[in-house]
Design a binder for this molecule. Sequence first.
Ligand SMILES: Cc1ncc(COP(=O)(O)O)c(C=O)c1O
Length: 370
Amino acid sequence: MSRPISITIDLDAIRQNFDYAHAIGNKSAGNNSQTMAVIKADAYGHGAVATARALANKTTLLAVSSIEEAVLLRQNHIRSPILLLEGCFCKSELSVVDDLGLQIVIHNQEQINDLLAAELSKPISVWLKLDSGMHRLGVPLIDSLNIYQRLSNSQNVSSIVLMTHFATSDIPDHPLVSQQLDSFKTAANAISQSNAPIPNSLANSAALMAIPESHGTWNRPGIMLYGISPFDQQNTLALPLIPAMQFCSKVIAIRKVNTGDPVGYGASWIAKKTSIIATVAAGYGDGYPRTAKSGTPVLINGRIAPLAGRVSMDMLCVDVTHLGDVNVGAEVELWGKQLLVNEVAQWSDTLGYELVTRMPTRAKRIFINQ
Ligand SMILES: Cc1ncc(COP(=O)(O)O)c(C=O)c1O
């Protein structure tokens, strides 16, 4: 038997989450909005190629972060249109964009200059990103009309979508949300006055679920496709999401420890009474966070038990005293449908986003419900 750790990806859960995301945006836009699937960072650790295949009949646009991610999809015969969310990192990438028929975000002056000067075989679909207040990417609002006109007059540009990104959409009543909405709308209106109505794109998962005013021509959900809530607190809007990743292993040792006995590196956990400790074949080398504190819930045979002591590279220990009947070989869910990754993330001072995205390739991935 090989090391009993596995990451199972339920592709039908991703399809159902996509349907949920699409239904929200489409309803508020009178059946007129489109939904791309954000599958950057290997589909947030879920497998970009498998996710793209699973969504092939549902979405007409896939969003990634780099040429390399787009090339991988094309090499695996994914024919859907692909958007580079950060655009090109240097002008030589424009010829790959041209060859592969990619769409690009334009967010800075260097990218504008490179695109306007490029010799391309055909014009490109451009997504002009405006900095409406997050101050991470995007052209300044004050320049947006001028830039829009220069791009739309270029023979290298076939169409333009105006886009922006929220800094605080996971806190929908944060004042920055309405400030960004207002700023974006003011800039978009100024551009539309001298042009036909312009398609737009604002909403990520949190905005799609909680900020209806942000719904646009194109919505851009990422994390919700994988069944993970973008919100810190429980939010009823996230209840229909189905977790797509199940991270499992097995108990590989059981021991009794006496009052005062330490468990694990650093002897940070000390038995307060005679206890039963189960050792599980999963550690930070498999993607389980080393920062998880003692007490982090672990599911053993479907029942919750607390992590005991520090997580090692290949193993972690769980206090199963109250479960009674745990043996070597017992099934362990580290996160999945029954134990949400966000709960483990909270105990580890991070987000579900980080935990799933940084999963190493060490544990085998099993794709189900293809
Ligand atoms: C520009 C852009 N749009 C959409 C998304 C998807 O965001 P989320 O995963 O929060 O839905 C991201 C992800 O970071 C992004 O950078």
